[in-house]
Design a protein around this ligand. Structure first.
Ligand code: NCD
Length: 337
C-alpha cells in the first residue's frame, strides 16, 4: 500500500510487505522512544486525539508517540462533551475536525464509525478501535511483539501456534490480530471461548481459506497445550446487553502460575492487550505471573509506542527525515526495568 496520506482503518489494507515495512520503521524509532535521542521531525504538526470510549494506553501512547516525533496533541474525549450529543453527524464532525489537525486518531463505540468519519476527513485518520470491529494499531503492536518474542526463541511467525482465549466474539483486538496473522504461513490457531462468545464465523472461514489450521474449543486445559503464544482477553462487558449477562462469562477462563506450569510449554509467551480485569470474579490473567519471564504484556505496551510512531512517520511521510533532525537529549534518561 501507499502510506503517505492513507487512512489506517483495518488490517485488511495491509499486505505482508506493508507489515514488515511498519516493523522496520518501528525498529528505527527505538532510540527516540528510549530517550537516547530526540527529533523534531513533526515540529508544528497537530494530532487530533479523539476518544469517544474509555482508553488508557491506546490514547496516551498515540499521544506520546506523536510528541516523541516533535508534534503537538489536542485531546477530545467523552462523547457527552462533544457536539455529537447535539445530533451532529460523524461526517460533519470529520469535516470540521480535519480542518484543525494534520492527522486524527479516533476511537468510537460503533463498528464502522471511524471509516465513516474518515470519508469526510481531509487528513489521515487512524482507527484506534471502532466498537467490536477492528483495532489495527493494537494488532500491529501485538504482532511486532510476537515477532520479537519468537525471535528470541529462534522461531518465526510462520508456522507458530497461537491460542486466543476469552471473549472472541466482541474482542476487536483478536479480530484484527487474527486477520493480520493470516498474512503469514501455516499458523495453528486454537480459539478458546464459551460457545456464545466464539470468534465470528467470517473470520474463522477467512483463516481456513488462507491455509491455516483452526481449532475451536471450550476446554482451556487441552487448548493450552503446545502453543508458542497464549493471548488472553477480557470479557467485553460494555458490549453486552446487560452486566448480569456478561457476568455469566467473567472468570470462566483464567490463567495463573499453576495452570501455566501444568499445561503450557515452559516458555510459552503470555500476552494480553490490557486492561486485564483484575477484579476477584474475573481475573483472567493472575498477578502471580507478574515476574514470569514469558509474560510479555508490558513489552506489548512499550512496543505500542514504537509501532504508533511508525504509523505517524509513514502516513505523514517523514520516515526518511527523522535522523536528520535528531540530537541527543539533555536530561537523565536511564530507565529502571
Ligand atoms: C483493548 C480495546 O480497547 O479493545 N484495549 C486496548 O486498546 N489495549 C482491549 C479491551 O478493552 O479489552
Amino acid at each position: 500500500m501507499r502510506f503517505p496520506g492513507a487512512h489506517i482503518l483495518s488490517v485488511t489494507q495491509f499486505e505482508r510487505a506493508d507489515v514488515e515495512r511498519i516493523f522496520e520503521v518501528a525498529d528505527s524509532m527505538r532510540p527516540y522512544a528510549h530517550r537516547e535521542r530526540m527529533t523534531k521531525v513533526l515540529d508544528g504538526a497537530i494530532m487530533g486525539n479523539m476518544f469517544f470510549e474509555p482508553s488508557t494506553r491506546t490514547r496516551v501512547s498515540f499521544g506520546c508517540a506523536f510528541n516523541l516525533l516533535g508534534g503537538e496533541v489536542r485531546e477530545t474525549t467523552d462523547i457527552k462533551a462533544s457536539s455529537l450529543t447535539k445530533g451532529e453527524s460523524l461526517y460533519d464532525t470529520g469535516r470540521v475536525m480535519s480542518g484543525y489537525s494534520d492527522i486524527i486518531v479516533m476511537r468510537h463505540p460503533q463498528a464502522g464509525s471511524v471509516a465513516e468519519f474518515a470519508r469526510a476527513s481531509r487528513v489521515p485518520v487512524l482507527n484506534a478501535g471502532d466498537g467490536p470491529n477492528e483495532h489495527p494499531s493494537q494488532a500491529l503492536l501485538d504482532l511486532y511483539t510476537i515477532k520479537k518474542e519468537l525471535k528470541s526463541r529462534q522461531q518465526n511467525i510462520d508456522g507458530m501456534h497461537i491460542a486466543m482465549i476469552g471473549d472472541l466474539k466482541h474482542g476487536r483486538t483478536v479480530h484484527s490480530l487474527s486477520k493480520l496473522v493470516s498474512l503469514y504461513e501455516k499458523v495453528k490457531f486454537t480459539l478458546i471461548s464459551p460457545k456464545e462468545l466464539a470468534m465470528p464465523d467470517t473470520i474463522v472461514e477467512h483463516l481456513r481459506q488462507r491455509g491455516h489450521e483452526v481449532v475451536e474449543t471450550e476446554d482451556m486445559e487441552t487448548g493450552l497445550v503446545s502453543n508458542d503464544i497464549v493471548y488472553l482477553t477480557r470479557i467485553q462487558e460494555e458490549r453486552f446487553a446487560s452486566k448480569p449477562e456478561a457476568d455469566l462469562y467473567r472468570g470462566r477462563f483464567r490463567l495463573n502460575r499453576s495452570i501455566y506450569t501444568q499445561y503450557c510449554q515452559p516458555n510459552t509467551v503470555i500476552m494480553h492487550p490490557l486492561p486485564r480485569d483484575s477484579r476477584e470474579d474475573a481475573n483472567e490473567l493472575d498477578n502471580d505471573l507478574n515476574q514470569h519471564p514469558s509474560l510479555a504484556i508490558f513489552r506489548q505496551t512499550d512496543n505500542g509506542v514504537l509501532v504508533r510512531m511508525a504509523l505517524f512517520a509513514l502516513t505523514l511521510d517523514v520516515s526518511e527525515q527523522i535522523d536528520k533532525s535528531s540530537r541527543e537529549v539533555n536530561w537523565y534518561t536511564e530507565r529502571r526495568f
